[in-house]
Design a protein around this ligand. Sequence first.
Ligand code: NAD
Ligand code: GLY
Length: 358
Amino acid sequence: MKTIRVRLGTRSYDILIASGLLKELGRLLSNYGNFTKILIVTDKDVEKLYGPIVAETLAPYKPKVIALESASGGEGQKNLATVESLYHHLLGHGMDRRGLIVALGGGVVGDVAGYAAATFMRGVPYVQVPTTLVAQVDSSIGGKTAVNLPEGKNLVGCFYQPRAVFIDPDTLRTLPAGEVTEGMAEVIKYGVIRDPSLFRFLEEHLTGVLRLEPWHTERVITSCCKIKAWVVSKDEREETGLRSILNYGHTFGHALEALGGYKGYRHGQAVAMGMLLATRIAIKMGLAGDDLLGRQRDLLLRVGAPVDCKAEEVKQAFELLYRDKKVVGGRLRFVLPLRIGKVVLKEVSSELLTQEVL
Ligand code: NAD
Ligand code: GLY
């Protein structure tokens, strides 16, 4: 079992990573508090797959299970109506601050359950038990909780850290292939922003990683979680700019997603193209060499992510970005790579972006 500590003073917590961990969840939880009640929030697909294992290990707590409709790549139930329905279930189950919410599933479940935990009775404890690659390397760690409004994604939320994160990489074996690609874009991102050895490992062992061989998956997830834990420990609330390095590829990626009304490119696909665009900008600005583009492009192609974006889409995405809140005095801020393992946050002029399109 690997244990990584997210160091946040009194709100510090562990990320536990082990193959087969799910069956041990009940025993492991007892190290994190004497919880009187447990409410499990999950979705219907995850419940079918993992509900029985979790029900068995948590049986002594007589947990109540709430299963949301599954999102299948969409945002599904990530809204305030779901949060309100969770409050009613929590009340119905007699939950108070001595109880625990267990978020079992992907990022949608984690974000909604985390927000309900943050706000119910001004905050009840929760743990994350992520079952997608995106959730295991990203969304379950760092305490960003949120729901969507009709006007946009993640517009209502708060920072609220879990008591612990329990990761069982074996759960990834039932993921549809597209969900693995979604997560792999984020995994590659971690290599570029902070970890050359992770990037090299992916280049050399991608077949094993994509086959979800236990040793490979554990190695990759552990590296990503270490980076996320370090970044969150240093800049929990995105105040110093450090946490924004996690948004490498996301500025342009979000614009591409928004252009398609969130029905075109999926998040990981858009981030993949956003990383390559940020690299092209870095090269144009003389900050990086050409090889940086090739290595990322090759790896992204191998995981099945799209790498070529139409010029018209890029142009429209830039236009959208200039209307976006990220614009400071007519200049956009991008996370730009200098080399594998090192990125910087830099303002980029609209002229340079236009040259990039041409
Ligand atoms: P998701 O939660 O929608 O899950 C994707 C699909 O996989 C769902 O249909 C789900 O039922 C299914 N699934 C989950 N685990 C499975 C398993 N083990 N086997 C088979 N099927 C399984 O998608 P996601 O990519 O995990 O999360 C995306 C969400 O996370 C977005 O809402 C995004 O905004 C959010 N997010 C949050 C943060 C954060 O820091 N809080 C970071 C990144 C993403
Ligand atoms: N997923 C980006 C962050 O947690 O800050």
